[in-house]
Design a protein around this ligand. Structure first.
Ligand code: NDP
Ligand code: BG6
Length: 570
């Protein structure tokens, strides 16, 4: 029986409340999840940064460690969970997923009773697996002794199972091994004493190439679901890319839907979990000064920029088939843009935020080749695994137009590039030229007030403005108020969580706020499909070649000027 069929049977907890197996960690949780979400978000709105030298903004860089969230996690702690990392031998699992789980454990944010189980084809002993896991674990804060003890304790909870991704037989064997050998070993004494007869929830984290998603999900759903009759939930975290275009996404979606209901699916876009991105809504809507100006009457242009100072680095096989538009713009940058531009959601609950984002996505005009400048770094075709005649873009910039009352006529530039001059991701909001020139010298008249949000590597918020120097000369200059997180939140910033920590923790407690809905992905593909088809026609549009380590073929400011001058096709 599939989970879909099984979820129709209501599960009743010991206290008589209904358990939603895919949306809660406990009977009570499902009733209180939304109010907790509100509590968490509203706590985010009430904390005032103590930036002594700078902007005193209402913001918190460290939302995942708020007291109320800790309370949510606390409530879920008594419910055992097994996190199954599928593709545990791979890059993402080693570098991100497993270290994030360790960090949650280090901060006491995992259930009291938990196990991490690696699943992959590679034949590894449990010792080999633990040794590979341990090589990537770090403790951001705390002393060495504590770090070593915590590392040991975490590794003791790590196990490994070797199997084929699409083999039902292997997943049935896995299920047997998990329920007979591993789960009974998990410390459930506190739960047993409360008479809650509950089997561990199973969170499957798919860190495998998209080509094996479907067969893996099908086999898991048939062979390795957590026993719902014992009150356990099954959830699945899936990583981008979600298809290559609308058609392939729909096919994948239909396949997945046969195995898992939407509520059990947690689609990760890790950009949404980055502390500064998770803070965008609060910055915008928690500060009157921005909220009141957030429209076309006050804002001239918006840039959402992603720059990396390295190339494809051994991921050419994947990257050449996808390119930068699918790798970064269609998901990471579009998500950031939708948070920046959405109308205020009715509440901070997942459903309202997702609705606001979706409404915004429907107001965006679909993109065409003429909206883009694409580029490729000069060494790309010599990278191992890249065809000599590849036209795959490693750089893309486009102007997005939002056809609604708030934004009509404001260019939103999305720009992403690999092998550029620096590693930086930021949002820049430029306000209109001030109508009153009386106090501004000629040479500063083209300057704009800008609100700059650096997502990485140096999380910061800056507001630039015109002022006079305090000396006798009293020159008029442009300067800025800034909130640099490492300075203003010095304690918290040392322990800033990785995006994956927050997202995995949310999946364990059943909070879907930061995960991407099916409707958003479908619409995102609809927006990019026309441009991708036109750019990849036969023969494809040739990318502009740019030197490795340069600024790329075009600057965001130049693109905005071109757009304003109506010369996008030049
Ligand atoms: P890997 O290429 O490292 O693959 C993960 C594991 O899958 C490998 O260790 C291998 O394990 C197995 N595998 C690899 N190729 C195949 C294949 N052709 N058929 C079956 N199994 C295969 O991928 P990543 O870890 O880099 O990425 C995993 C997923 O996460 C992908 O969907 C990727 O797009 C996404 N992602 C990755 C990011 C990253 O930084 N790496 C960032 C964001 C998303 P074994 O042989 O032991 O079975
Ligand atoms: C991934 C892309 O989703 O994000 C990579 O596939 C990119 O190409 C990476 O390098 C960037 O993530 P971050 O968190 O390092 O900015």
């Amino acid at each position: 029986m599939s989970l879909r069929e099984r979820t129709e049977i209501p599960v009743v907890g010991d206290d008589g409340s209904h358990i939603d197996p895919s949306n809660s960690c406990s009977p009570r949780r499902s009733l209180s999840n939304s109010s907790r979400g509100y509590e968490r978000a509203s706590r985010g709105l009430t904390r005032v940064a103590s930036a002594s030298s700078a902007l005193s903004l209402v913001s918190n860089p460290n939302l995942s460690l708020l007291d109320s969230e800790l309370q949510v996690v606390e409530d879920c702690k008594e419910f055992p969970v097994v996190v199954v990392v599928v593709g545990a031998s791979g890059d993402l699992a080693r570098k991100k997923t497993l270290p994030a789980l360790f960090s949650l454990f280090y901060h006491n944010l995992l259930p009291l009773s938990f196990a991490v189980v690696g699943y992959a084809r590679s034949k590894l002993s449990v010792e080999e697996f633990r040794s590979s896991v341990s090589s990537n674990l770090v403790c951001r804060v705390g002393d060495r002794e504590c770090c070593e003890a915590k590392t040991r304790a975490f590794l003791e909870r790590c196990f490994y199972f070797s199997g084929q991704y699409g083999s039902l037989e292997d997943w049935l064997n896995f299920d047997r091994w998990l329920s007979e050998d591993i789960e009974p070993r998990m410390n459930q004494s506190d739960i047993a004493t409360r008479g809650a007869r509950r089997a561990p929830g199973r969170l499957f984290y798919l860190a495998i190439p998209p080509s094996v998603f479907a067969e893996t999900l099908r086999s898991i759903s048939r062979g390795a679901m957590a026993p719902e009759e014992l009150g356990a939930w099954t959830r699945v975290i899936v990583e981008k890319p979600f298809g290559r275009d609308s058609e392939s996404y729909m096919a994948l979606r239909d396949l997945v839907a046969e195995c898992f209901p939407e509520e059990a699916l947690y689609r990760i876009d890790h950009y949404v979990g980055k502390p500064l991105v998770a803070n965008l809504t609060t910055l915008r809507l928690g500060n009157f000064v921005f909220d009141a100006l957030w429209n076309r009457h006050c804002i001239e242009s918006v840039q959402v920029v992603f720059k990396e100072d390295f190339g494809v680095e051994g991921r050419a096989g994947y990257f050449d088939a996808y390119g930068i538009i699918r790798d970064i713009l269609q998901n990471h940058l579009l998500q950031v843009l939708s948070i920046i531009a959405m109308d205020p959601p009715a509440s901070p609950h997942a459903a309202d935020i997702n609705e606001a984002k979706l409404r915004l996505l429907y107001d965006i005009k679909p993109l065409h080749a003429k909206d883009f400048i694409i580029g490729q770094y000069d060494r790309y075709r010599s990278e191992r695994g890249v065809p000599k005649d590849s036209c795959t873009a490693t750089f893309a910039a486009c102007v997005v137009q939002i056809d609604n009352e708030r934004w009509r006529g404001v260019p939103f530039v999305m720009l992403a590039g690999k092998a550029l001059d620096e590693r930086k991701v930021y949002v820049k909001v430029a306000f209109h030229e001030t109508p009153n020139h009386t106090f501004i010298p000629e040479e500063l008249r083209d300057k704009r007030n800008t609100f700059y949000i650096e997502i990485q590597p140096r999380p910061a918020v800056e507001l630039s403005f015109i002022t006079k120097t305090p000396d006798l000369e009293g020159r008029v200059v442009q300067t800025k108020l800034d909130l640099v997180y490492n300075e203003s939140f010095s304690a918290e910033a040392q322990d800033m969580p990785d995006a994956y920590e927050r997202l995995i923790s949310d999946a364990i407690v059943g909070d879907r706020t930061l995960f991407i809905s099916d409707a958003q992905i479908s619409r995102a593909w609809e927006l990019f499909d026309p441009a991708l088809k036109e750019l990849e026609r036969d023969p494809p549009v040739q990318p502009v070649i740019y030197p490795y380590g340069s600024k790329g073929p075009i600057l965001p400011e130049t693109l905005i000027k071109k757009y304003m001058a109506g010369r996008m096709q030049d």
